[in-house]
Design a binder for this molecule. Sequence first.
Ligand SMILES: NC(=O)c1ccc[n+]([C@@H]2O[C@H](COP(=O)([O-])OP(=O)(O)OC[C@H]3O[C@@H](n4cnc5c(N)ncnc54)[C@H](O)[C@@H]3O)[C@@H](O)[C@H]2O)c1
Length: 445
Amino acid sequence: MNLGGSETAAVAKIAPATGKLGVMVVGLGAVATTFIAGVEAVRRGIAKPIGSLTQMGTIRLGKRTDSNSPLLKEFLPLANLNDVIFTGWDIFEDNVYESAAHAKVLDKDLIEQLKPFLETIKPLPAVFDQYYVKRLHGTHVKKGKNKRDLANQVVEDIRNFKKTVDRVVMIWCASTEIFIEPAAVHQSIEAFEKGLDNDDIAIAPSQIYAYAALSEGVPFANGAPNLTVDFPAMVELSKKNAAPICGKDFKTGQTFMKTVLAPAFKARLLGVSGWYSTNILGNRDGEVLDDPESFKTKEESKLGSLEYIFQPELYPDLYKNIFHKVRINYYPPRGDNKEGWDNIDIFGWLGYPMQIKVDFLCRDSILAAPIALDLVLFLDLAKRTPSLRSLGIQEWLSFYLKSPQTAPGLYPEHDLFIQSMKLKNTLRHIMGEGLITHLGLEYYD
Ligand SMILES: NC(=O)c1ccc[n+]([C@@H]2O[C@H](COP(=O)([O-])OP(=O)(O)OC[C@H]3O[C@@H](n4cnc5c(N)ncnc54)[C@H](O)[C@@H]3O)[C@@H](O)[C@H]2O)c1
């Protein structure tokens, strides 16, 4: 393949994706089983990896006239899906076949076809405490004398898995925990470790998994909105052990739409006076989010994007007083098929009001699974890329997340198209290719 650019030293420095990539999934529920079963279906040629940039996306290199847009998976030294091995933890003993059947996201036929593979993935006992997820009663859980002991048990799990694979990435696909504000215990590695010894209440199970992963140099992605790696102790640990992290909460349905529409209004200087978002959702995630404390965590994550995109401090006449409301209602008949409604009150020339209604009848886990796959493959790439892994936070992966993580003091970029450009330019950069600025004056010389 002609990549059309200078195959520079930067390429040579990325370690190749040789051997097996081990993926440790925390929480083997709807998203995780849809992700795992989907990867197996794609490997067998039963279905296509729709929605996955790493599997189906292309990247333009050089000028538009060069006609050079290789597939990302041919351009980059990404792990091949055939080399991906899964394991995970859950608070229930169901294997991935049983859990996928329970989630009812995928057709029965497909799950039956994949059964021999799926039933080999059995969850390890989880780190769990009902204080942090009120609606669940875990039975398959680790016991330990304190949180430090539990972290050590997760480290043991990681080390055991490492014996069977060449590299490891961890991803949180477990339930949303209660809202926790960063406290003193989160401010340094030392304080956090003391907190593990003292069973500090501000240390939730997700933080214990993340601490174990980052301590072992394992990259960590957070699919949920919990406070997990977005505090100084974890950023420090991530940098110290060159274990990439990347923000939180898969950007799948309503927020995905928000971060597409809001930049369009802003680009055309259309004002917004109100944005009312509501959802009905009937899966276990919906049940967990029915608890006000878990909902608060989700709400914070969902509310953030508009404020940053609209920059009301720069455009007070357009966006200063937006009434923004987000609701999630647990409605069992819909299962994983969520319906998200948005009513957007906008105004145009001379202040005349208009309305936009969005009704997104989506499938939550179908939208989340390719994001989980891309995050895992890109974090593994980041870990093998010297110029990225030592940075800790991988801001270029914000594209996938409702709550991007940034360097201290830097506002997050929520606009999906800026995020997409940032992601692709980062990939060009690490591969020694020229960045694309979209200036294009040279075509008219
Ligand atoms: N699907 C989406 O579009 C989407 C988007 C953004 C975020 N999320 C988040 O992804 C997460 C997973 O969603 P889901 O629909 O798969 O939910 P789910 O309830 O089907 O699965 C979560 C699983 O995690 C397990 N679990 C809970 N606490 C655990 C712990 N401490 N250790 C190990 N396992 C634990 C549960 O037993 C369950 O099997 C949720 O937090 C959800 O908010 C989903």
